[in-house]
Design a protein around this ligand. Structure first.
Ligand SMILES: Cc1cc2nc3c(=O)[nH]c(=O)nc-3n(C[C@H](O)[C@H](O)[C@H](O)COP(=O)(O)OP(=O)(O)OC[C@H]3O[C@@H](n4cnc5c(N)ncnc54)[C@H](O)[C@@H]3O)c2cc1C
Length: 439
């Protein structure tokens, strides 16, 4: 049977891609006006801004993860597990890498998927700027797997410190040092979250783990942490972190990562047991091999006013993978709110295109930024829609707003009723479960 419906293929089920698939599934998939296909290399979705909570065990992915296949069945689209590697614009096909299990056994051969409209929403990965030793010695927070790897190493380190402190053997060091490179939102939020989970250990049989046994170094090459945000926010975050005991090192460029720790440009060693790299983002290098795309310095694909990849037809790019130049000459920043707004524009435009109606150009509205400092506080700014001025917020109000961002994402993919039900279930489960993941 010939499929007369257009094939709309979305690659990447993250903050933007999953919202788009859910919206198009409802608008077009359920009424069978189009076949909507979402492809992701993982089986479950976790909202990326939560990864620092996964890394510290504050968040259990079995609660907050969304299973793509189950979600697709309910929302009018189909899900294909696979990793996108090649694009052939001439035949309008993409190639998915051969699928193997975690033991390397081949489950599926390389596959080809045909599209009529393609949306690339593959997000970004950490940029190590080719710094020697980073790939070998550092953890990253680019995916759920990586965050869970860090969480296991952290739990092992907590156990070691507790045991050596308990043994009271002076020959064995009973101290844990963690160094994070990158004073952006990820590094700042992770530092605060680490202090928070360390304070919980005494409830779970690790009474010997005192705050004096943990050092956290947050290393930023530039003059200030949170460089993309107004000074007042950076100052408030620095003050809060310092009060929590975090060693905030600004103007400190790292030139190498070694087994012992980070080496700075001044040849000083910042000794660390666990090292994490969160110093910038780029789109995965494989994208550069795709013919016909134009890129910026971060490998992001240049797009036109309608988010269509420049010089192509039927190919759109959204979220962190996309370089959208604004009127002020700056690219839209790689943020969840940008991915969300781009998903909304594309959902409207793809639907309009199928109906033969006019598409609308994308316009980025910066609603401000919020940085979560775990249960201690949050800081940020909100942009006034009318005045364009920003309003500084901190403390409980900012934390409430930060939490509501995730609820908005849940609402965009599940709808408001299920979001309320999920919130209620989470509250209930959290009251009967440990406050951190201990396995
Ligand atoms: C720890 C952390 C904290 C953050 N905090 C904030 C915050 O507070 N506020 C904010 O606005 N932003 C924050 N961000 C940034 C935000 O998460 C991203 O801007 C946003 O997730 C980008 O959405 P996206 O849809 O472009 O990509 P993503 O959400 O990264 O999704 C990309 C998807 O593509 C899949 N994928 C990747 N490559 C392939 C491939 N080759 N084939 C198939 N699938 C593929 C991935 O598995 C993933 O599901 C944070 C990021 C991190 C890491």
């Amino acid at each position: 049977m010939i499929n007369t419906h257009p094939n709309i293929v979305i690659v990447g089920g993250g903050a933007g891609g999953l919202e788009l698939a859910s919206k198009l599934g409802h608008k077009l998939g359920k009424s069978q006006r189009a076949t909507i296909t979402l492809i992701d290399k993982n089986r479950t979705h976790i909202w990326k801004p939560l990864l620092h909570e996964v890394a510290t065990g504050s968040l259990d992915t079995s609660l907050d993860g969304v299973c793509y296949s189950a979600h697709a069945a309910k929302h009018g689209f189909q899900f294909i597990l696979g990793e996108f590697t090649h694009l052939n614009q001439h035949s309008q096909t993409i190639t998915l890498k051969q699928l193997t299990n975690n033991k390397g056994k081949v489950l599926l051969p390389e596959r080809t998927i045909q599209y009529d409209e393609l949306v690339i929403a593959i997000g970004s990965v950490s940029n190590d700027f080719n710094t020697p030793g980073v790939v070998e010695h550092c953890f990253f927070l680019d995916s759920q797997n990586q965050a869970e790897r860090f969480q296991h190493a952290l739990l092992d380190s907590f156990t070691r410190v507790h045991q050596t402190a308990n043994d009271a053997d002076p020959s064995k060091p009973s101290h844990l040092s963690i160094a994070i490179v990158g004073g952006g939102a990820t590094g700042v939020e992770l530092s605060a979250e680490l202090v928070h989970v360390a304070s919980l250990l005494k409830h779970y049989g690790m009474s010997e783990f005192k705050s004096t046994k943990l050092s956290i170094h947050l290393i930023e090459a530039g003059p200030t942490i949170l460089p993309a945000l107004p000074k007042r926010i950076s100052d408030a975050a620095r003050k809060e972190l310092q009060q929590l005991g975090v060693n905030v090192l600004e103007n400190t460029a790292v030139k190498e990562a070694t087994k012992e720790g980070f080496i700075t440009k001044n040849d000083e060693l910042i000794a660390a047991d666990l090292m994490l790299w969160a110093a910038g983002v780029k789109v995965n290098d494989f994208i550069k091999h795709i013919d016909g795309f134009e890129f910026n310095r971060s490998n992001q694909v240049l797009v036109d006013a309608f988010l269509q990849a420049k010089g192509t037809e039927h190919i759109y790019v959204l979220g962190d993978a996309c370089a959208f130049l604004q009127a002020d000459g700056r690219f839209v920043p790689p943020r969840a709110q940008a991915a969300h707004q781009m998903a909304s524009t594309l959902a409207y435009n793809i639907n309009a295109k199928l109906k033969g109606k006019a598409c609308k150009p994308f316009e980025y509205n910066d609603h401000g930024s919020l940085v979560n400092l775990s249960s201690f506080s949050a800081v940020g700014n909100l942009m006034g829609n009318l005045t364009g001025n920003s309003m500084f917020v901190e403390g409980k109000l900012a934390r409430l707003m930060y939490i509501s961002l995730y609820r908005m994402h849940q609402s965009a993919i599940h709808g408001p009723l299920k979001t309320i039900a999920l919130w209620f279930c989470e509250k209930l489960l959290r009251s009967v479960r440990p406050k951190m993941k201990l396995h």
